[in-house]
Design a protein around this ligand. Structure first.
Ligand code: NAD
Length: 703
C-alpha cells in the first residue's frame, strides 16, 4: 500500500482514505494506491461495500499540481482507468465528501456509485479557469447525472456549487448533518446487494432549450472573447447528448489533449503559478513575522479612499476614514453606503451584512482618532507637498509600530518617508480603481521599509482578498511606469496615420479589456498631461514627442468626466464615439510634425503597443524593480486588462520568441526613434535563446 492511501474497516465496509496533503491531489502515487485498494476490496469476500473519503480538510482538490507537466501526470492508472475499475466493482462504492471535491476530485466522485456530502461541501469543475476542460470523464458523466443546463453551468463557469444545490440537481445522493463517515458507511452498507447505478449507462438529456448549446456559444463569445476552453467545454457537453459513453470519453480526451498543449492553457497555468510565486517572500530574513492589524486608518474619502475602506471592511477590519471637511466625509460615507446598497439590490449582500460593513467604517475629521490604528493608508491628492503634510501629522499621532502606507500612483516612496521619524514603517500600497473591485495591489517597498512591514503589507493584501505583488520604488512603480511608453507609442501611431478607434479596435481584437484611448478617457487625461509636462522638462533634445494629448486637453477635453476626450460621449453615456474634431486635430499634428499619414496595419498597432510594454518590462527586471517576469504579467493581467489567455506581456513575448521581439524592436528603433532603444536584458536573452520566464528571482538584475 502506498503512503497516500489508508485502508481500514468498519465491519463489512472497507474505508479508503485519500492521504495526500494539503488537498489530496490525485497524484500518480495516490491513483496507484487507490487502484490497488479498490482491487483488494473487490477481491475480499468479507467486504460488502466501499467508502472513499478524504483525510485532512477536504475530499480531494483535483490533480496534484506538483506533478503538472511531468510524466507522472498521465501515467497509469489514469483517472479514466480508475473510473473503469469503479464501474466494474460489484460492491457499492460511495464517495463521502467533506470540504471540497474539485476537478479530478469531483470526477472521481462522479465515477463512484453514490455521493454523500456534508452540508458545507463544495463541488466544482474549475478546469476551465486553467484553459482546460474536465478530462477525467466529467463532461460526460455530469450531464448524465444532472442534465445539460446544470452541467454547462458548472463546467463552463468553473464555479463550485454547494451541497444543497448538489442534492437538488441530482449530483449528490444524500447530504448529512454531523458525522459524515459513519453516515456514509451506513449508506453504503444499506446499498450492498442492491442493483448499482452506473452513470455511464444513463442517458444525457438536454433539459434546456433546443438552442441551448448555440445560445451558450454566442453568450460566451461575447462574455469571454478570445477564450477557447469555454467553447470546448460546451462542445463536450453537447457531444454527451449524441455520442455513446465511451465515444464521448474519447472525444473529451482528444479535446483535452488539444487544450493542454495549446497557448491559452499554458498562459493560464503560467498565471496560476505566477500567483503562487508572487506570494513568496524568500528574500526577507528568516523568522520575520507580520505585525497584527485590526484597526486601519484611511486618509481621504475620495475615489480611492472609499474603495480602500470598503475592501478593508469587507474583510472584517475596523476602519477610521479621515477627511479634511465634513462635506467631503459625508460624500465619501454616502458613496460607501450606496455601493453596498447596489450590491445588496443585486442580492449579493444581506441587509444585516450591509449594516455590519457600513458600521465597521467610522468617519472622522480629527487625526486624534488615528492614535490607536495599526496601519494607515493615505489616499489624498497626488501632490508631494500634500503627502508630506499628511505624513508629518501621522508621524505625530500614530502609535509606535503603526505602519504608514501611501496609495500614491507614482510618487517617490522614499521622499514621502523622508519626513517621518520612522521611515522603516513606511510602504506603498498601490490599489487600483475601483479599489473595492480590482484585485491587484502593488506593494511598493521603500529603501528603508522594514522586512516585517513588507510582510504585513503582503499578508494584509491576501487577507482582504487582493493579489499583492511586491515591487520596488521608482516613478510609476511597475504598472504605471510600463504604461507610459505604451501610451506615448499609441499617440505616435495616431500621428503616423491611425485613429483612436482603429488603435483601440486592434487592441481589443487582440484581447485587451479596453482600448488605450478609451482607458485614457476613463482615467482622465489631465493626469497624463501633468506627467507629460513634467517629462518635457527633462526630455533630451531631439527625442520624439507628440503634441496630441496636449492639444486634446487644451480644448478642455479631459475624458469621460468632461464628456469628451479622445472620443466624444453623449450625455449620461460611457460609450466612446469617434469624433471628427479629434480626427482634425490629429491631422494637424501630423502636418505640423512633418509626418506623412499612412495606412497602419492592426498587427503593427499591436506590436508597437505590446513591445513597448515588454521593452520597459525588461528594464524593470534588470533594475530589480520587478522581482520576476511573472510578477509583471500578473500586474498587467489584473490591473491593466491584458488578456489572461496570452499570459501577460512578458509571457506573450516568450511565446513569440525573444529573438523575434528583439529584431522587431531594433527595426522600430531605426524607424521611430530612441524611445525604442532595446533593453540590454532583452538583447542578452535574444542572443542566448533565453526566455523571461526562465530567469530566476532577481537573476535578471544581476545579469
Ligand atoms: P480624489 O481626489 O478622488 O480623493 C482625494 C481625497 O483626499 C479628497 O476627498 C480630498 O478631500 C481628500 N484630501 C486631500 N487632502 C487631504 C488631507 N490633507 N487630509 C485628509 N483628506 C484629504 O483622489 P483619488 O483618485 O482617490 O486619489 C487619491 C490617491 O490615490 C492619489 O495619490 C492617487 O494618485 C492615488 N491613486 C488614484 C487612482 C485612481 O485611479 N483614481 C488609482 C491608484 C492610485
Amino acid at each position: 500500500m502506498t503512503a497516500h492511501i489508508h485502508i481500514h474497516r468498519d465491519g463489512d465496509v472497507a474505508l479508503i482514505r485519500l492521504e495526500n496533503p494539503p488537498v489530496n491531489g490525485l497524484g500518480f502515487e495516490l491513483r496507484q494506491g487507490l487502484d490497488e485498494a479498490l482491487h483488494a476490496a473487490e477481491a475480499d469476500t468479507s467486504v460488502r461495500a466501499v467508502v472513499i473519503y478524504g483525510g485532512g480538510k477536504m475530499f480531494c482538490g483535483g490533480a496534484d499540481i506538483r506533478q503538472f507537466n511531468t510524466p507522472k501526470a498521465g501515467a497509469e492508472p489514469t483517472l479514466r482507468s480508475l473510473a473503469t475499475r469503479l464501474a466494474a466493482s460489484t460492491k457499492p462504492v460511495v464517495a463521502a465528501i467533506h470540504g471540497m471535491a474539485l476537478g479530478g476530485g469531483l470526477e472521481l466522485a462522479l465515477a463512484c456509485h453514490y455521493r454523500v456530502a456534508t452540508k458545507v461541501s463544495q463541488l466544482g469543475l474549475p478546469e476551465v479557469k486553467l484553459g482546460l476542460l474536465p478530462g477525467g470523464g466529467g463532461t460526460q458523466r455530469l450531464p448524465r447525472l444532472v442534465g445539460a443546463v446544470q452541467a454547462l453551468r458548472m463546467i463552463v463557469t468553473g464555479e463550485p456549487v454547494g451541497a444543497e444545490a448538489g442534492l437538488t440537481c441530482g449530483l449528490l445522493d444524500a447530504v448529512v448533518d454531523g458525522e459524515l463517515l459513519a453516515q456514509a458507511t451506513a449508506f453504503a452498507r444499506d446499498k450492498a446487494g442492491a442493483a448499482l447505478p452506473l452513470v455511464s449507462r444513463m442517458v444525457a438529456r438536454n433539459d434546456g432549450a433546443a438552442t441551448l448549446f448555440d445560445d451558450e456559444r454566442v453568450r460566451l463569445r461575447q462574455a469571454k472573447p478570445g477564450f477557447t476552453a469555454p467553447q470546448e467545454c460546451i462542445n463536450c457537453v453537447e457531444q454527451a447528448m449524441v455520442l455513446d459513453f465511451e465515444a464521448g470519453l474519447d472525444y473529451e480526451r482528444e479535446r483535452f489533449g488539444v487544450l493542454v498543449q495549446g497557448p491559452e492553457s499554458k498562459a493560464l497555468r503560467h498565471l496560476f503559478f505566477a500567483e503562487r510565486e508572487a506570494a513568496k517572500l524568500d528574500d526577507l530574513p528568516a523568522g520575520t513575522q507580520p505585525r497584527p492589524i485590526h484597526h486601519v486608518g484611511v486618509i481621504g474619502a475620495g475615489t480611492m479612499g472609499v474603495g480602500i475602506a470598503m475592501s478593508l471592511a469587507n474583510a472584517g477590519l475596523r476602519v477610521t476614514l479621515l477627511e479634511m471637511r465634513q462635506a467631503a466625509l459625508d460624500r465619501g460615507l454616502g458613496m460607501i453606503r450606496d455601493n453596498y446598497a447596489a450590491t445588496a439590490a443585486k442580492g449579493k449582500l444581506s441587509a444585516a451584512e450591509l449594516e455590519r460593513r457600513v458600521g465597521l467604517i467610522q468617519g472622522t475629521l480629527s487625526y486624534d482618532a488615528l492614535s490607536d490604528v495599526d496601519l494607515v493608508i493615505e489616499a489624498v491628492f497626488e501632490e508631494m507637498s500634500v503627502k508630506h503634510e499628511v505624513f508629518e501629522r501621522l508621524d505625530r499621532v500614530c502609535k509606535p509600530g503603526a505602519i504608514l502606507a501611501t496609495n500614491t500612483s507614482r510618487l517617490d516612496i522614499d521622499q514621502i518617508a523622508a519626513v517621518v521619524s520612522r521611515p522603516q514603517d513606511v510602504i506603498g500600497l498601490h490599489f487600483f480603481s475601483p479599489a473595492n473591485m480590482m484585485r491587484l495591489l502593488e506593494v511598493v517597498r521603500g529603501a528603508k521599509s522594514a522586512p516585517d512591514v513588507i510582510m504585513t503589507a503582503m499578508r494584509l493584501g491576501q487577507q482582504i482578498k487582493k493579489l499583492p505583488v511586491l515591487v520596488g520604488n521608482c516613478d510609476g512603480f511597475v504598472g504605471n511606469r510600463m504604461v507610459l511608453p505604451q501610451a506615448i507609442e499609441a499617440e505616435f501611431l495616431l500621428e503616423e496615420g491611425a485613429t483612436p478607434e482603429q488603435v483601440d479596435a486592434a487592441l481589443k481584437d487582440c484581447g485587451m479589456a479596453m482600448g488605450r484611448f478609451a482607458v485614457a478617457d476613463l482615467a482622465g487625461l489631465d493626469i497624463g498631461w501633468t506627467i507629460r509636462k513634467r517629462m518635457a522638462e527633462t526630455r533630451k533634445p531631439g527625442t520624439r514627442s507628440s503634441r496630441i494629448l496636449e492639444r486634446v486637453c487644451a480644448l478642455g477635453r479631459f475624458g469621460q468626466k468632461t464628456g469628451a476626450g479622445f472620443y466624444r460621449y453623449e450625455a449620461g453615456s460611457r460609450t466612446p464615439l469617434p469624433d471628427p474634431v479629434v480626427h482634425g486635430l490629429i491631422d494637424e499634428c501630423s502636418l505640423a510634425a512633418g509626418i506623412p499619414r499612412r495606412e497602419i496595419s492592426d498587427a503593427e498597432i499591436v506590436e508597437r503597443n505590446v513591445y513597448a510594454l515588454v521593452n520597459e518590462g525588461a528594464r524593470l527586471l534588470a533594475e530589480g524593480i520587478a522581482r520576476r517576469a511573472s510578477d509583471i504579467d500578473l500586474i498587467y493581467v489584473n490591473g491593466y486588462g491584458f488578456p489572461p489567455f496570452r499570459g501577460g506581456p512578458m509571457f506573450y513575448a516568450d511565446t513569440v520568441g525573444l529573438d523575434k521581439v528583439y529584431a522587431r524592436i531594433r527595426e522600430f528603433h531605426q524607424e521611430h526613434g530612441d524611445q525604442w532603444e532595446p533593453a540590454p536584458l532583452l538583447a542578452q536573452l535574444a542572443a542566448s535563446g533565453g526566455r523571461f520566464q526562465d530567469l530566476g528571482d532577481s537573476q535578471a538584475s544581476t545579469q
